[in-house]
Design a protein around this ligand. Structure first.
Ligand code: BG6
Length: 495
C-alpha cells in the first residue's frame, strides 16, 4: 500500500542501501536482489543506490556487486542479462551518514530517476541508525506523494530495553510503524515458516501440542563458525544479544504461540507477542541458575586447529562474553504451564544444526515387560531447520521375531527428497515481502520491546552477579560438562 493508500508495486523502485560497501550487502543483499531480478520478481525499473563513506565510484560498486553475485548466488551464475541489469542500475553515492549534503544529493538522484517507491535498507553498524533516520526526515524523503517509502532495519535493534525504546522513538519521529520492517533473517527461512504450516495447516498435532502431552521442548542452534572478523561487535553482544534476543526467541514464539485468526501481519504478530509476555521473567539470582554460559577455546574443527575466542583478533584477554548459552525458560500460560523450554546456541560446535525438539510424555502405563530400546518416552518430534531440513517423528515399534523387544523407529519427511530443490535464501523472501508490503515475517515494535524486556532482566541479573570463572569448551566439541548438568537438574538430557 502506498503512503497515500493506493497500490503500485510495479512502479519504478529505488533500493537505497546504507552501508553498501559492507559484508551484508556483499554476501546477502546483492545476491538476493540479483536472484529476484533473474526470477522477474522486481519492478522492471529497479535502481540500487549504494550510500556509504568509502571513496568508491559507480564502477567500484558495480565490481563489488558483481563479485558478490558470483560468489554468493546459488548456483553460481554465468554472466547473464539479470546481472548486467542489476549492475547497470546500480549507483554509488559517497557521503558520511551525518552530512546533510549527502541526503540532498540522494534527493536529487531519486528525483532524476523519477522513482515512485523507495526502500531504504540500513546495513550499517547500529550506532548509525538514528543519524540516518533523522537525516532522511530532515531531507523530507521519508514519505512519497505518489508511492510508498519503507525502511528495513537490520538487527541489533537496540542493545537492551532502554536503548530499543529510545531507537524506536527516533524511528517513529520520521516513519510510521507500517513503514518500518525490522528484519530477523530466521523468519525468512522456509523451514522456520514451515513451523506454522506444520502446526496450523494440519489438525493432528495441535491437540497434542500442550502441557498435557508435551514433557519438554528443546531448541538447539549449533554453529561451526567462530566470531571471525566480527570480534569488535561480538564481544559486546555474546550469544544473548547476537542470537537469543532475536532468532532463538523467534523460534520459541513460533513453537509456543496460539493459532492466529488469519495469516496476516497483525494477527501473527499479536500471537507472538502474547507468548513473549507470558515468558516467566528470569531476574536476579535466577539469571545465574536458569542460564548456562561458556566460551570456546582452541580445538580441532575436523582436522584443523582453530584459535580460541580470546585469541581472536580484537577480543580482550579478560573477556567474559559467552559464545555458548543455554536458558531454561517457562511460558506461563494455560497451554504451557510447567513445561520447560531448553534453548541453547553456541559457536564452534562440531556440526551446524538448528533443531526444535518436542519430547512427548511417556505412556501412562508400561504394559510391555520387554526389553525397550526406545526408552520410557520414545515419542519425539524433531523439526530440523538446517541443514538437511526435515521433520521426524520417533516412536517405538515391536522388533520382528519371537524375541519381545521394542525398538526406536522413525517417520520422516525430508525437504530435499520431497521438493528436490534448495530453499531460496531468507533475504530474497524478506526483501520481496517488504516490496509487496507484507510485514508478517518482520518484527513489530512491541515484539522487539517484549524480547528486550525478557533479555534485559537476564542481563541485569548477570551484571548483579558477575561470573568469576567462565566455563570453557574446546572448539569442535559439544560444550563443557556443565552444559549437561544444567539440563540434568530437570532429570533430562540434551539431544
Ligand atoms: C546472525 C548472527 O544473525 O546469524 C551470526 O549475527 C550468526 O553470529 C548467524 O552466525 C546465523 O545465521 P544462519 O542463517 O547461518 O543460521
Amino acid at each position: 500500500m502506498n503512503d497515500d493508500g493506493t497500490n503500485n508495486n510495479n512502479s519504478p523502485l529505488a533500493i537505497i542501501i546504507f552501508g553498501a560497501t559492507g559484508d551484508l550487502t556483499h554476501r546477502k543483499l546483492i545476491p538476493a536482489i540479483y536472484e529476484l531480478t533473474e526470477a522477474g520478481k522486481l519492478p522492471e525499473e529497479t535502481y540500487i543506490i549504494g550510500f556509504a563513506r568509502r571513496d568508491w565510484t559507480d564502477e567500484a560498486l558495480r565490481e563489488a556487486f558483481k563479485s558478490g553475485i558470483e560468489e554468493f548466488a546459488a548456483p553460481k551464475p554465468p554472466l547473464n542479462d539479470a546481472i548486467t541489469k542489476v549492475l547497470q542500475n546500480s549507483f554509488y553515492l559517497r557521503s558520511t551518514f551525518e552530512d546533510p549534503d549527502g541526503y540532498k544529493r540522494l534527493c536529487d538522484k531519486l528525483e532524476s530517476m523519477q522513482v515512485k517507491n523507495i526502500l531504504y535498507y540500513l546495513a550499517t553498524p547500529p550506532d548509525e541508525y538514528a543519524t540516518i533516520i533523522a537525516q532522511l526526515g530532515t531531507a523530507g524523503i521519508n514519505r512519497q506523494p505518489r508511492g510508498w517509502t519503507r525502511i528495513i532495519i537490520e538487527k541489533p535493534f537496540g542493545r537492551d530495553l532502554e536503548s530499543a525504546i529510545a531507537l524506536d522513538a527516533e524511528v517513529h519521529k520520521v516513519f510510521a510503524e507500517n513503514q518500518v520492517y525490522r528484519i530477523d533473517h530466521y523468519l525468512g527461512k522456509e523451514t522456520v515458516q514451515n513451523i506454522l504450516v506444520f502446526r496450523f495447516a494440519n489438525a493432528i498435532f495441535e491437540p497434542l501440542w500442550d502441557r498435557r502431552y508435551v514433557d519438554h521442548v528443546q531448541i538447539n542452534v549449533a554453529e561451526t563458525v567462530g566470531v571471525g572478523t566480527r570480534a569488535g561487535y561480538y564481544d559486546n553482544s555474546g550469544v544473548i544479544r547476537d542470537m537469543f534476543q532475536n532468532h532463538l526467541l523467534q523460534l520459541v514464539t513460533l513453537t509456543a504461540m496460539e493459532a492466529p485468526f488469519g495469516f496476516n501481519a497483525d494477527a501473527v504478530r499479536d500471537e507472538k507477542v502474547k507468548v513473549l509476555k507470558a515468558l516467566r521473567p528470569i531476574r536476579g539470582q535466577d539469571a545465574i541458575t536458569n542460564t548456562f554460559r561458556a566460551q570456546y577455546v582452541s580445538g580441532l574443527m575436523g582436522e584443523k586447529r582453530v584459535s580460541g575466542y580470546k585469541d581472536e583478533e580484537g577480543v580482550p584477554v579478560d573477556s567474559v562474553t559467552e559464545t555458548l548459552l543455554a536458558v531454561r525458560m517457562y511460558v506461563d500460560n494455560w497451554r504451557w504451564a510447567g513445561v520447560p523450554f531448553f534453548v541453547r546456541s553456541a559457536k564452534r560446535m562440531p556440526n551446524r544444526m538448528t533443531q526444535i525438539l518436542i519430547r512427548f510424555r511417556q505412556a501412562p502405563l508400561s504394559l510391555f515387560n520387554w526389553t525397550n530400546l526406545a526408552g520410557d518416552a520414545p515419542n519425539t518430534l524433531i523439526l530440523t531447520l538446517q541443514p538437511n531440513e526435515g521433520i521426524r517423528l520417533e516412536f517405538g515399534a515391536k522388533a520382528p521375531g519371537p524375541v519381545n523387544q521394542i525398538l526406536p523407529v522413525n517417520m520422516e519427511f525430508d525437504y530435499d527428497e520431497t521438493f528436490g530443490s534448495e530453499p531460496p535464501d531468507a533475504y530474497e523472501r524478506l526483501l520481496l515481502d517488504c516490496i509487496m508490503g507484507d510485514a508478517t515475517l518482520f518484527t513489530r515494535a512491541d515484539e522487539v520491546r517484549s524480547q528486550w524486556s525478557y533479555v534485559t532482566d537476564i542481563l541485569d541479573g548477570w551484571e548483579a552477579n558477575p561470573i568469576r570463572n567462565m566455563p570453557v569448551y574446546e572448539s569442535g566439541t559439544w560444550g563443557p560438562p556443565g552444559l549437561d548438568e544444567f539440563i540434568q537438574q530437570n532429570g533430562l538430557s540434551w539431544r
